[in-house]
Ligand binder design. Structure first.
Ligand code: SF4
Length: 370
């Protein structure tokens, strides 16, 4: 297998020295099924089918999720026969990024290939005390939000749990990742099963054993997905709000027609979040659109009685939209308005603006090239 392992091709703008040796050239994707991305239960079934001892499944999860190898041949505590049987039908299943852009503020944007020459983006955001990875959950997106460049790609396909977790495992900072946010390309609850499976792999003792409190999944507000997610996972929830007014939100986010924000918040209010689980609302501030005292008043009414936080986000302008970003003073003023209404509000620091920070820009550029 070693001769198939290539280091990632890095673009000219890349300053990163990739040191891992587990990269598989995307051009050499095989038709074999990946082991990476399988749960312990799936591996137990798999080893039973191959006639291998039951404990082999746990040995395999250790190699997949706890160690730093890249081929089945390196699973040295498995018998030779077991490795041969696995190699016949399966591959290890890691995929390297093909491009990395590095911002002057240290933020990195990784471009990963998926099947059929499509691409997804993953951001790594370093802060003083943490390294957060922002993963994609779909290739493109079908939700059509006006302010989003990924929306302009349209929907290109779903990511498997393995492809989601690969975005954490196959970046240079893999061993230092402290937090994961599902805020990259795609709507996580439009790919709910694979997203939940990826969270299982990230949080299970046999997997990456991360605390679910270090994981946040962001949705535009798909109610059935929210309810299943709240029931089946313990990770934090973030909801993209952007305006409390129906007509305004419909123009920004077509999902408002199917799932009005009023209904989304009503469902969330019914849920007992316990002491440690968090719900927050993402609010991109657009110039002359959603930052008036009336918006603050309506937000206070909408969120009344819910323990939550609003994160104000600067808009990264994307080509082809009329939307603009307000200046810092306007955002600060809106934050104060919300704080006065009793809503805990923070302004999210703007990161990586010099490297196509708006989600979807980099992958669209690659898509157009192919
Ligand atoms: S903002 Fe999210 S849900 Fe909306 S189109 Fe973009 S990726 Fe999809």
């Amino acid at each position: 297998m070693r001769n198939l392992l290539l280091k990632p091709q890095i673009s000219s703008c890349t300053l990163v020295k990739m040191t891992k040796s587990h990269y598989l050239c995307p051009k050499l994707f095989t038709m074999k099924e990946s082991l990476f991305g399988k749960t312990l239960a799936e591996l137990q079934e798999l080893v039973a089918e191959l006639g291998l001892p039951g404990y082999t499944a746990k040995q395999i999860t250790d190699w997949l999720y706890k160690k730093d190898i890249s081929s089945i041949d390196e699973m040295t505590n498995l018998s030779k026969k077991a490795r041969e049987l696995l190699n016949e039908k399966y591959e290890f299943g890691l995929t390297a990024p093909t491009k990395v852009q590095v911002s002057i503020d240290g933020t990195k944007k990784y471009l990963f290939p998926t099947i059929q020459h499509k691409y997804i983006e993953t951001a790594m955001i370093p802060e003083r005390d943490r390294k957060t990875v922002c993963v994609s959950s779909q290739v493109g997106c079908k939700m059509g939000c006006l302010f989003c460049f990924t929306a302009k790609q349209g929907f290109q396909g779903q990511l498997s749990a393995g492809e989601i977790v690969n975005q954490v495992k196959s970046i240079e900072e893999a061993s230092e990742v402290s937090n994961i946010v599902y805020m990259g390309m795609g709507e996580p609850f439009d790919n709910l099963d694979e997203v939940l499976k990826s969270i299982e792999i990230l949080t299970a003792d046999w997997g990456f054993a991360m605390s679910p409190r270090r994981i946040t999944v962001s949705t535009i507000g798909i109610i059935p997905g929210i309810l299943t997610f709240l029931e089946k996972s313990e990770a934090h929830l973030a909801v993209s709000l952007h305006t409390p007014f129906n007509e305004e939100r419909q123009k920004l986010m077509p999902v408002q027609v199917a799932y009005p924000i009023e209904d989304v918040v009503a469902e969330i209010k019914r849920w007992d979040f316990g002491r440690q689980r968090r719900v927050s609302f993402e609010y991109i501030v657009f110039e002359n659109l959603n930052d008036t005292p009336l918006h603050a008043k309506e937000l206070a009414r909408l969120l009344d009685g819910l323990k939550c936080r609003i994160n104000l986000i600067r808009f990264h302008p994307v080509p082809g939209t009329p939307l603009k970003s307000p200046n810092d003073e306007t955002i600060q003023h809106f934050k104060e308005l919300l704080n006065k209404k009793g809503i805990l509000t923070t302004i999210r620091a703007s990161r990586g603006q010099d490297i196509y920070a708006a989600c979807g820009l980099l992958s669209t550029k690659e898509l157009v090239k192919n």
